[in-house]
Design a protein around this ligand. Structure first.
Ligand SMILES: Cc1cc2nc3c(=O)[nH]c(=O)nc-3n(C[C@H](O)[C@H](O)[C@H](O)COP(=O)(O)O)c2cc1C
Length: 309
């Protein structure tokens, strides 16, 4: 067993670090800046059935504690992703997790079928922070029954493991995670951004053209840690954790909270080399803390959890 490696459904990770969906594009932006072979995995930008142009500018606002973004699900559509974007990653020995999005369960199913035809996709992440058109535009992810039935529908057609990515914009995230597990999810990915707003004092109007956007970055980390801690005690499937992670200590904190791997969003968006720096820094900090391996730490945390109950 390698000191940093982690095995999850469908994924043999060389280490627990990966860029999160939407902050690494389809890998093209940073190709050549560092060797993608070092990454635990790559989660690509969310994919819809047809191309989407995203929201009009401004879609980004920098805060002291993170960023607000309303980029939306800007992507070239699943056919271009399967035929052009995924093959561009074929030379890397790094598992690719494709992110599925849509406005109906039928769209999630269609995108899943197409992504599963690509030999380069090793797992799927369902971005359930999407408006459910059939239910008046409320996000799929805010209703346990929608999450359960959508996961079930996707699992029927998926040929790779399915991770359901939870939105934190809910009253009871544990109920949503349990619904995903009941629907057959192989893992949970959490958390997506917090619905937020910032106002310009001069114009007296919201700064983002979309008015609201998603808050991410260091300011959300304590909430992500709390949610991962609670969900890890309520489901038996593994969690890919994310939310405000930017340092090696944040990575270890998230694993101790209950995650089995960690995705980096805002920090990745701001610094293309952050994953490389974290992967290099992890063994040094582990040695200082007497942590022999990531798998060992995950096991220790799990056993501690069982003893609590
Ligand atoms: C610019 C930007 C674009 C994002 N796009 C997506 C996306 O397409 N799909 C998705 O599931 N999450 C998306 N996210 C959410 C991140 O993957 C991540 O879940 C969230 O930002 C929390 O992690 P962080 O605090 O490390 O950024 C995006 C986040 C940012 C900052």
């Amino acid at each position: 067993m390698n000191q940093l490696s982690v095995n999850l459904p469908g994924l043999h990770l060389k280490n627990p670090i990966m860029p999160s969906s939407g902050t690494f594009g389809f890998g093209e932006r940073h190709m050549g800046k560092f060797d993608y072979n070092i990454l635990g995995a790559i989660i690509i930008k969310s994919t819809t059935s047809q191309a989407r142009t995203g929201n009009p500018e401004p879609t980004y606002h920098q805060l002291d504690t993170g960023i607000l973004n309303a980029i939306g699900l800007k992507n070239p559509g699943v056919d271009v992703i399967v035929n052009e974007k995924l093959p561009a990653l074929k030379d890397f020995d790094t598992p690719v997790i494709a992110s599925v999005a849509g406005n109906t369960t039928a769209e999630f199913v269609e995108v899943t079928k197409k992504l599963c035809q690509s030999p380069y996709v090793k797992a799927l992440e369902l971005n359930v922070s999407c408006p459910n058109v059939a239910e008046g535009g409320l996000t799929f992810g805010s209703n346990p029954e929608s999450v359960r039935s959508m996961t079930e529908a996707v699992k029927k057609v998926a040929t790779v493991p399915v991770y359901v990515k939870l939105t934190p914009n809910v009253t009871d995230i544990v109920a949503i995670a349990q619904a995903a597990e009941q629907g057959g999810a192989d893992g949970i990915s959490m958390i997506n951004t917090f619905s937020s707003m910032a106002i310009d004092l001069e114009t007296r109007k919201p700064i983002l053209s979309n008015k609201t956007g998603g808050l991410s970055g260091p300011g959300i980390k304590p909430i992500a840690i709390r949610m991962i801690y609670q969900v890890s005690r309520a489901v038996s499937i593994p969690i890919i954790g994310m939310g405000g992670v930017s340092t090696v200590d944040d990575v270890l904190e998230m694993i101790i909270a209950g995650a089995s791997a960690v995705a980096i969003g805002t920090a990745q968006y701001n610094n293309p080399l952050v994953c490389k720096e974290l992967i290099e820094g992890l063994p040094i900090r582990m040695k200082e803390l007497g942590i022999e391996s990531i798998e060992g730490l995950i096991k220790e945390v799990k056993e501690g959890r069982l003893n609590e109950n």
